[in-house]
Ligand binder design. Sequence first.
Ligand SMILES: CC(C)(COP(=O)(O)OP(=O)(O)OC[C@H]1O[C@@H](n2cnc3c(N)ncnc32)[C@H](O)[C@@H]1OP(=O)(O)O)[C@@H](O)C(=O)NCCC(=O)NCCS
Length: 212
Amino acid sequence: MTPTVPIIEAATSTDIPAIAEVFARAFGEYRLALGCDTAALARLWAPLIAARRSNWHVARISRPGAPEAGPVVGILALEAHGEAHESAGHGLRTLAVWRRELGIRGLLWACYALFPLAIAYVRRPPRSDELYVANLAVAPEYQNRGIGRRLLAAAAERAQERGYRRLSLHVAASNASALHLYESAGFAREVTIRPPYRGPLGIPAFIAMRSG
Ligand SMILES: CC(C)(COP(=O)(O)OP(=O)(O)OC[C@H]1O[C@@H](n2cnc3c(N)ncnc32)[C@H](O)[C@@H]1OP(=O)(O)O)[C@@H](O)C(=O)NCCC(=O)NCCS
């Protein structure tokens, strides 16, 4: 596949629907696990993205000769140490959207589905000298063109600018392309976390990784 050189920049509030859409399309397994379609999955994630908009970056493809910004084809969320605990205020708003989209049974199912992910995070939380890669995804039709690698390099640049020594992240042990990307970019496996159940996402383990 021909490499595509994206422009990577901080997300603006008008990017939120596009970020949610790339998320929903890239993480197809969430759609299946939560029993909703792409549009609903995007609506579920939009309030979470809006609550932390300043953490998000977007990769755009500029169209030759077109003066306007190109479409968002990749997304990156970076989280500083301790930031995850600051979002309690947004939690209720998010919960209301999820309840409306999924109903009570669907909401409980979503908690069950996502709990293994939370366990991985709690067992190996980001440390104070690390900038945490909370999300990285590329729209399916733009994958394998080097955009994920560019986003990861942008994450490393932001970490350096902000005085962090390294990046850290969690990845599903079954996610071969992401594991390849991280290892070839110099990330090392630190610990494998096996939650007590796989859940509907079917992930047997998560690997905590950090850059060298
Ligand atoms: C993981 C992801 C972000 C990578 O983005 P991308 O733009 O496709 O990545 P790149 O093109 O920069 O690099 C992909 C690398 O993975 C390799 N790769 C692709 N599929 C692979 C597979 N099944 N097994 C091993 N390696 C694979 C490619 O060959 C390439 O490696 P190379 O540069 O050494 O040739 C993208 O696949 C994605 O959005 N996946 C869904 C969401 C996701 O899983 N995000 C990560 C969560 S931790």
